[in-house]
Design a binder for this molecule. Structure first.
Ligand code: SF4
Length: 293
């Protein structure tokens, strides 16, 4: 049976999506209002940049994901659509503008993420901490989740961020260790686990996420979930890898929604408090619900 990768490689086109991934991105009334506020503050949301299929649902739930520290990354993961290259200088007003946008949007839960800034001494940890503090100053009822890069494993950078006491500390492992050289060559699986363990030992709620469809086996997915539990990760998301452009890694396989359900039960059986697993699940999908689990 010719799988999606062989067909994609044979035709040079991206693998055809199965029916369960063919969704229109509903842009309800909330969309233009959010867009106006976000653009007004010169900010980036991952929701828009990634044309996330869950945007409407999340924005109507009062959650959104902001990307700080610019939109150029110092790394070049083979699954990611973010531009790689020389980032722009730091924008020290950004934390304030994020806080203002959160207040204007009336968000109940905000996720703050970023590109990786290996060009900065603290990897951008200071700006993360300042953004958390500003959001707290501006909006008392909004929970703050962060989805951070690995800060090259620097304890000083991790301490800076953890001391700002985010409600949820997230760092994605993205895939199984065997695939790191091909999928995220500048990252290190053990280092990512130590970043998660550091935050857990600081008493924070910890979250991670990964994609399937890059060639991982069932045994590897199970071992990854066990490693995350061992690192005291409480919340996990599992989603389908989708090839952003023909220059990115091809999809090896599309996992069926029933398989995602099976992995959700397995992960809950391993002791995770909250699991979101599904073809359209992204790191911040229903992020607010994890804190009520
Ligand atoms: S480090 Fe993050 S933003 Fe940068 S290329 Fe990798 S996934 Fe994309």
């Amino acid at each position: 049976m010719e799988d999606s990768r062989e067909r994609a490689e044979a035709t040079g086109r991206r693998a055809r999506k199965p029916s369960w991934l063919k969704v229109k991105v509903p842009l309800g009334g909330g969309f233009s209002r959010v867009r106006k506020i976000v653009d007004g503050q010169h900010l980036h949301t991952v929701c828009e940049d990634a044309r996330c299929p869950n945007m409407d649902e999340c924005w109507n739930r009062g959650t959104a994901t902001f990307m700080i520290l610019g939109d150029v990354c110092t790394r070049n993961c083979r699954f990611c659509a973010v531009q790689a290259g020389k980032p722009s200088p730091l924008d020290m007003d950004e934390p304030q503008r994020v806080a203002q946008a959160v207040r204007e949007l009336g968000l109940r839960h905000v996720v703050i993420t970023s590109v990786t800034r290996d060009d900065l001494a603290d990897g951008g940890a200071g700006v993360f901490a300042e953004t958390i503090r500003r959001v707290r100053e501006y909006v008392t009822h909004c929970t703050v989740e962060i989805l951070v890069p690995d800060f090259q494993g620097s304890p000083a950078s991790l301490r800076l961020v953890c001391e700002a006491k985010p409600n949820l500390f997230g760092h994605n492992v993205e895939t199984v260790p065997r695939l790191y050289p091909r999928v995220r060559p500048q990252a290190d699986y053990r280092r990512s686990l130590s970043v998660l363990r550091y935050a857990a030992e600081e008493g924070l709620w910890v979250k991670s996420g990964f994609m399937v469809g890059l060639g991982e086996t069932e045994e590897e997915i199970l071992a990854l979930l066990e490693d995350l539990r061992e690192a005291e990760v409480e919340v996990v998301t599992i989603g389908q890898y989708l090839q952003p452009t023909k220059d990115h890694l091809p999809v090896q396989r599309f996992m069926h929604p029933e398989e995602f359900d099976a992995w959700k039960s397995k992960a809950l059986g391993l002791g995770f408090r909250s699991v979101e697993a599904g073809p359209l699940v992204r790191s911040s999908y229903r992020a607010d619900s994890a804190l009520c689990a």
